[in-house]
Design a protein around this ligand. Structure first.
Ligand code: CP
Length: 314
């Protein structure tokens, strides 16, 4: 089974059928990570390059683990020790990496559209691991998978995305994904963190956190992205936390069986209290576990050739 596309650049581009295929495939791959020998031979002989121009713990590591669990060779390029620091352009970097015949380049970049640019320069597959404020498709897929495991279907659910929406590629990808699968999405934050026109993506927007939380089935808290906002979007962390930080008191507005997500890394005590982050409704570490399965599924659906080598459920 393969997706009929070369690249995964954003959730906006994916059809409902493609989303369902990726999520079902990821569900099947979860079992591989529970085996004593966590490896299938599916992508033996394939080469995957992780090219990260921005810091990452979860995404970079899980793409590497996913590649290795599929028996692919994974190469991590640290931009700080690459020829990028000598001034090499993104295009030259991509063309030189392509000359070494990889099957897939996974790229994270601070500029929105950088993965799309690379995808146009190279013949191998490209996966967007987060581009600027634009999209983070594999994060949204793991978020959808995590909710689907608990709620069976996303149709009819209310998702509240709260925090620094303006700088959040996670928010954009999840708005596209959850609405395509039938959920309603409301984004919430201070007016300075809600980009004008965000409703055009298919969500509602509010500055009132109680309205956002009321009857929510799923609450996704977003990190304050100080590296992008440079502290200009809110007076101070204490005031932000009082108004928009999720704690046990605010959480009472949501449904009793609410699910709490956060893409990480968290600013504990700012956008989310430790009690909520570590509490009974939190699925934050489940999201990380599911990130490996989703990235295995993406590699399989873009690069896989042999049905016999896939896990039994595929
Ligand atoms: N969720 C996420 O993208 O985390 P990292 O920045 O650690 O990859």
């Amino acid at each position: 089974m393969r997706l009929n596309r070369k690249d995964i650049l954003g959730i906006e581009d994916l059809s409902v059928e493609e989303l369902e295929t990726i999520l079902s495939t990821a569900e099947s791959f979860k079992e591989v990570s529970t085996r004593e020998i966590k490896k299938v031979p599916t992508l033996r002989g394939k080469t995957i390059i992780n090219l990260f121009y921005e810091a990452s713990t979860r995404t970079r590591t899980s793409f590497e683990i996913a590649a290795k669990r599929m028996s692919a060779d994974a190469v991590n390029i640290s931009v700080s020790t690459s020829s990028v620091v000598k001034g090499e352009t993104l295009k030259d970097t991509a063309k030189n990496l392509e000359a070494m015949k990889p099957d897939c380049i996974v790229i994270r970049h601070s500029s929105s559209g950088a993965p799309h640019g690379i995808a146009g320069y190279v013949g191998c597959s490209v996966i967007n691991a987060g581009d600027g404020n634009h999209e983070h498709p594999s994060q949204a897929l793991l978020d959808m998978l995590t909710v689907r495991e608990h709620k069976k279907s996303l149709a009819g659910l209310k998702l509240a995305i709260i925090g620094d929406v303006k700088h959040s590629r996670v928010a954009r990808s999840n708005i596209y994904g959850f609405t395509k699968l039938g959920a309603s999405v409301v984004v919430c934050g201070p007016a300075t963190m809600l980009p004008p026109g965000i409703e055009a993506l298919g969500c509602k927007a509010t500055v009132n956190v109680e309205d956002a939380l009321r009857d929510a089935d799923v609450v996704m808290m977003l990190r304050i992205q100080l590296e992008r906002s440079k502290g200009a979007d809110f007076p101070n962390a204490r005031e932000y936390s009082r108004l928009y930080g999720l704690d046990d008191v605010k959480l009472r507005k949501a449904k009793k069986d609410v699910l709490i997500l956060h893409p990480g890394p968290m600013n504990r005590g700012v956008e989310i209290s430790a009690e909520v982050a570590d509490g009974p409704y939190s699925l934050i570490l489940d999201q990380v576990t599911n990130g490996v399965a989703v990235r295995m599924a993406l590699f399989y659906l873009l690069l896989g050739t042999s049905r016999e080598d896939a896990p039994k459920a595929i």
